[in-house]
Write a protein that binds this ligand. Structure first.
Ligand code: SF4
Length: 309
């Protein structure tokens, strides 16, 4: 680590919350390091960034980062991030989620955040299982993968996060791994400055649970495995389908062209403006107000109300 980056890391972390609870050799630290590098490179002031994290190992990130942050309930990082963004569209909002948190418990929120093209960056740390709660299988567990709840092999296909994000309407989508930390950081930075819903999947090794169950060896071995399995989109395009089985396709799957799609808060601001322009004062009202005792109080004089339409 260079002196400059070490200082940057220190600025973005809360020393009083360290050390982290993460296991030795876990990929989470590498991914959060890539996020810090991207945030520092984005030129956005720390006070203008809000991080919202989910539940699970990666969910602890909002507590370690020296940024305004929240950790709502399981699967609800995106709804909470939506509220933050709509309340103050000038903020840069980052939702940090694990794969189970984002795609299983929070799967519906993921679809709708993408559909709305909310200007939020979703950073999904995919470790292929529920690490914190005991290594259960997740929607991202590879077919055949061993977990504590699929000890004879997972019979389901894994969710392809970039493909799902793309069809749901995300306007920037990329995937990399904890081995490719600098590439990952570059994708995160582009996602942060992109205006619209951006998704970066970070394949993130979990040596304690998924690695152990599948005999993938030490954390270093798991990183080497990512290096060996990764294949760029361009190379994958020329490979036969059979050779792609089990490979990790990396790259930017969706990139904005030209001005790109309008983001949600811009569209919503226009609706608010139109509503305010068309609102007209109501001269007089004779509506009765329900009282706490169950009856109706008499009309309250002439309140000035705004009526739309
Ligand atoms: S259980 Fe897995 S994901 Fe969680 S901290 Fe340990 S190594 Fe990391």
């Amino acid at each position: 680590m260079t002196g400059g980056f070490a200082r940057t890391i220190q600025t973005y972390l809360r020393p009083e919350r360290l050390p982290t609870i993460w296991c030795q050799g876990c990929g989470n630290g590498i991914v959060i390091g890539a996020l810090i590098r991207a945030l520092a490179g984005s030129g956005v002031r720390r006070e203008d960034v809000v991080v919202v994290s989910g539940i699970g190992c990666s969910g602890r990130a909002s507590g370690y980062l020296n940024l305004p942050g929240f950790q709502p309930t399981h699967g609800r990082a995106l709804p909470f991030a939506t509220g933050v963004k709509i309340a103050n569209p000038s903020l840069m909002v980052v939702a940090i989620m694990g794969d189970g948190d984002c795609l299983s418990i929070g799967g519906n929120h993921f679809l709708h955040a993408a559909r709305r093209n909310l200007d939020i960056t979703a950073l999904v740390l995919n470790n292929s299982n529920y690490g914190m709660t005991g290594g259960q299988y997740a929607p991202t567990t590879p077919k055949g993968g061993l977990t504590t709840t699929t000890p004879y092999g997972n019979a389901e296909r894994a969710v392809d996060i970039p493909a799902l994000a793309q069809v749901a309407g995300a306007t920037y989508v990329a995937r990399s791994t904890s081995y490719h930390a600098l590439e990952l950081s570059g994708y995160i930075k582009r996602a942060l400055v992109h205006r619209g819903f951006s998704v970066v999947e970070a394949l993130c090794h979990c040596p304690t649970q998924y690695g152990k169950m599948n005999r993938l060896g030490s954390p270093v071995n798991m990183l080497k495995l990512q290096r060996d399995l990764a294949v760029s989109q361009a190379r994958a395009a020329s490979m036969p389908a059979g050779e792609l089985a089990g490979r990790i396709i990396t790259g930017e799957m969706v990139k904005p062209e030209g001005q790109g799609e309008e983001d949600y808060t811009t569209a919503y601001a226009r609706v608010i403006k139109r509503a305010m322009e068309q609102a007209r004062p109501v001269e007089e009202t004779h509506e009765c107000i329900p009282s706490l005792s169950g009856g109706y109080d008499p009309p309250l004089g002439k309140p000035t109300l705004l009526r739309v339409g």
